[in-house]
Design a protein around this ligand. Structure first.
Ligand code: GDP
Length: 317
């Protein structure tokens, strides 16, 4: 019998990018899922979080809600990103403690890692140096959730875990120009260029940075597996362990979308961290699992979805 049958789970951010895929998998496995919406529960307020958990009486809370985005939104909204994620994380965890929730799963980010280390980032590296300037406001707030779980375990025997997600892409991502991460941004630019017969597409930076890209449906599967199996306060990386340069990514998206024009590399736009790849040995051992979707297949699925849902996708912030 499935672990999830009749389990009650609150997924914050369950209507968002990663969260909605997590909700789908939980429901397929027989869980009863409750997604708090902002109009009913403002998770920036401790009392709203507590009311939500006392009403829904979940066995587990997966905290996926966040205000985040790609390299550009971190430059134009750094304060909002900092404040909202810090306060929301602190209050959601405190509300879980007050409501006596059995298990808390915090969804974190690879931006929490030191920004200037060499090699793939292992869980033990989390405190080995300063964060990259482009994401320190976001990365630190997420890292504080892990610190809070650690402190609450010591004092209250709180059962909290922290998952560190790499760069994601897929259906239901933000395709908004200001907010999007690189994959969604490129998909929108190249698809629009083919629809409008444009001769040139602008891409940012030098193309040299290297990122790891995980298909969101694989990521959601990893989160659900970890929520079932992993009960340690120390973090767990979720990724592919495979690096791809931005230049290679651009060529792939260009090829799949069928754009035949020129590229303009705008080097006035930032590169960000030069290399960001996770070491996924612990993930593979703990979850006994590897992400099944390779980058080309994931991009093909995403581009197909984007073409079929362009209007709705463009309207999401
Ligand atoms: P990061 O992983 O936090 O740095 O965030 P992004 O996913 O936004 O950016 C990753 C890399 O892609 C950076 O080096 C960007 O300069 C590069 N990039 C190239 N073209 C674009 C684009 O059109 N939009 C975005 N967001 N990034 C781009």
């Amino acid at each position: 019998m499935s672990f999830w049958r009749d389990k009650r789970v609150v997924v914050t951010g369950g209507a968002g990018f990663v969260g909605s895929h997590v909700v789908d998998i939980l429901k397929q496995n027989g869980a009863e899922v409750f997604v708090p919406r902002k109009r009913d529960f403002d998770l920036m307020k401790l009392e709203d979080g507590l009311r939500c958990f006392l009403d829904a009486k979940p066995d587990m809370v997966i905290h996926g809600a966040a205000y985040y985005g790609g390299i550009w939104i971190n430059q134009v909204h750094p304060g909002k990103i900092y404040y909202e994620n810090l306060i929301m994380g602190a209050n959601v965890i405190e509300a879980c403690r007050l409501a006596g929730i059995e298990k808390f799963v915090g969804v974190g980010t690879a931006c929490s890692y030191p920004g200037y280390l060499e090699g793939n980032l292992s869980e033990e590296n989390l405190w080995d140096g300063p964060l990259h300037d482009s994401v320190r406001n976001y990365g630190l707030t997420k890292k504080m959730m892990q610190v809070q779980c650690w402190a609450y375990k010591k004092q209250y025997d709180f059962n909290g875990t922290h998952l560190i997600l790499t760069n994601l892409y897929g259906p239901l991502d933000s395709y908004n120009e200001q907010r999007s991460h690189v994959v969604a941004a490129l998909i929108r630019k190249f698809v629009e260029a083919t629809l409008e017969d444009k001769l040139e597409v602008e891409v940012w930076g030098t193309g040299k940075p290297v990122r790891e890209f995980l298909f969101v449906e694989d990521c959601a599967e990893a989160i659900v597996r970890a929520a079932e199996i992993y009960n340690d306060v120390e973090p767990l990386n979720i990724g592919t362990g495979i690096g791809t340069s931005i230049r290679e990514l651009v060529e792939l998206v260009q090829d799949i979308s069928g754009f035949r024009g020129e590229l303009h590399w705008n080097t006035d736009k930032p590169d960000g961290q030069m290399v960001k790849i996770l070491n996924v040995n612990k993930m593979q051992g703990t979850l006994n699992w590897k992400p099944p979707t390779d980058l080309r297949t994931g991009l093909e699925k995403t581009i197909k979805w984007y073409r079929e849902n362009k209007q709705e996708a463009d309207a999401r912030f």
